[in-house]
Design a protein around this ligand. Structure first.
Ligand SMILES: N[C@@H](CCC(=O)N[C@@H](CS)C(=O)NCC(=O)O)C(=O)O
Length: 237
């Protein structure tokens, strides 16, 4: 059975990491049995979460989980989609991961109020005397990643503008459909849903969340996914 290594539910979300939520949705969509276990970054093949294990082999990255399920178990996440629709789905998946995700990281880690009520708790297991050293160190390394990716070079207003354009594009493409590409969820819904759920998380106050909330269809999409894949959280919300 596949083991998915996770951070765990937090902030009313299936996982504090949207990529872990994405991976769990992929597993749910696949219908394959799986279990979850706490992640250890030291054992993560790519030093990121999620990572997963199957038949004694460990692999990193949520998209490679998708490829693994497709290649080894013949799962077709894009059943019924035309080649053009598959292309659009893939582009939206990567738009969510390469744009929305970084806006989310910026909002949670660089804004002090959000950091204090969010990611700061990741360090609760670090002995108290070490926290004043470890917390700024890790926060600086996140700032460096943001700078290397590019969003760290933008002002808050510029990030807001980019994220809003992405949210508008997703909302327009989703339209009145239940899922991104039609009546059934496809592979891209795992990513797009996970990033939107993180963006709409009421625990954090961000102008991007406010922009997302302007789109009734995005809020309904988040609620639909929560009810289908994580009903325990839907009833708690
Ligand atoms: N491309 C990776 C991205 C995973 C990712 O960025 N995970 C974040 C948590 S949401 C992480 O582990 N960050 C730790 C780091 O960058 O050191 C995937 O799809 O799995």
């Amino acid at each position: 059975m596949i083991t998915l290594y996770v951070s765990g539910p937090r902030f009313g979300l299936p996982d504090s990491s949207p990529f872990v939520s994405k991976a769990e949705v992929l597993l749910k969509l696949s219908g394959m049995p799986y279990r979850t276990a706490p992640a250890d970054f030291g054992k993560a093949p790519k030093r990121k979460i999620p990572y997963f294990e199957d038949d004694g082999h460990r692999f990193g990255d949520s998209t490679f989980l998708r490829f693994h399920l497709e290649d080894k178990y013949g799962v077709d996440f894009d059943r019924g989609l035309s080649p053009a629709e598959k292309g659009i789905a893939w582009a939206f998946e990567k738009l969510a991961e390469d744009q929305l995700y970084w806006a989310l990281v910026h909002a949670r880690w660089m804004d002090k109020a959000n950091f204090d009520k969010g990611p700061r708790a990741f360090f609760d297991a670090v002995p108290a005397p070490l926290r004043p050293i470890v917390v700024p160190l890790i926060r600086r390394s996140v700032a460096k990643s943001l700078y290397a990716q590019g969003f760290g070079r933008h002002s808050k207003e510029e990030i807001q503008r980019l994220a809003t354009r992405t949210l508008d594009a997703i909302a327009a493409t989703l339209g009145g459909k239940p899922w991104l590409m039609g009546a059934a969820p496809c592979g891209a819904d795992a990513s797009v849903w996970a990033m939107l759920a993180g963006m709409l998380c009421p625990h954090f106050d961000t102008p991007i969340r406010t922009a997302a909330e302007q789109h009734g269809n995005l809020v309904a999409y988040r609620d639909r996914g929560l009810a289908l894949w994580f009903p325990e959280l839907a009833t708690a919300a």
